[in-house]
Design a protein around this ligand. Structure first.
Ligand code: MLT
Length: 202
């Protein structure tokens, strides 16, 4: 998968794995990584599905309606890519914290929904429920930060609560940070994510 890797100054700090939103690239969230954990190494990945020329991490049939078969396929592909990237770049595979926005938060959520050991933690910014009707793996004590907007028309507050409940029931330590706005990424949620990261993972 197309990606960039930047070596951080602290080899023990979690490696941030960045997943952009629809139409983004691996460059988009680099400033966020710097704000959230400046000493961390960063692996930033470009989604390898194109929708009208816009990169995404999996196909969708319409806004908010996912192509489940493709989502499963892409989740496995990504899991295997993380294994391979760890070997190639010499980082600890068990020390990955995802930072994803929108479609990127959904693929990171899907990694959590399918594997007990894909991620050490996750920062999901405006995520949806990636799949319903499946048993989640054991996520005991996996720290998860969810950034959500009370007026988000794409990721409704009800869906945020549903996601929080599904992850918590699987054992994850979920913290939801609410913003008053919509689907946009805000500076205050990034600051909140950075504080959460210090408290939960360093
Ligand atoms: C998006 O546009 O990225 C959607 O809101 C989320 C998704 O399709 O995964």
């Amino acid at each position: 998968m197309r990606h960039i890797f930047q070596q951080g100054s602290d080899p023990a700090a979690p490696v941030l794995v960045l997943f952009h939103g629809t139409g983004g690239t691996e460059m988009d969230l680099l400033p966020l990584a710097q704000a959230i954990s400046p000493a961390s190494s960063v692996l930033s990945i470009r989604g390898n599905v194109l929708e009208n020329g816009m990169p995404r991490f999996f196909r969708r049939l319409a806004e908010g309606i996912f192509d489940e078969e493709d989502l499963i396929f892409r989740t496995t592909e990504l899991y295997n890519f993380l294994d391979q990237a760890a070997v190639e770049n010499g980082f600890d595979r068990r020390n990955l914290v995802a930072v994803g926005y929108s479609n990127g938060a959904n693929i990171a959520g899907s990694l959590l929904f399918h594997y007990p050991d894909a991620l050490r933690g996750a920062i999901l910014l405006h995520p949806m429920v990636p799949r319903r009707g499946i048993a989640l793996p054991d996520l005991t004590d996996v720290p998860v930060f969810i950034g959500a907007g009370r007026n988000d028309p794409i990721c409704s507050p009800e869906e945020t609560v549903e996601l929080e409940e599904l992850l918590s029931t699987a054992g994850a330590n979920v913290h939801v940070h609410w913003e008053a706005g919509g689907h946009q990424l805000t500076r205050s949620e990034v600051i909140a994510a950075a504080e959460w990261m210090k408290d939960s993972l360093q």
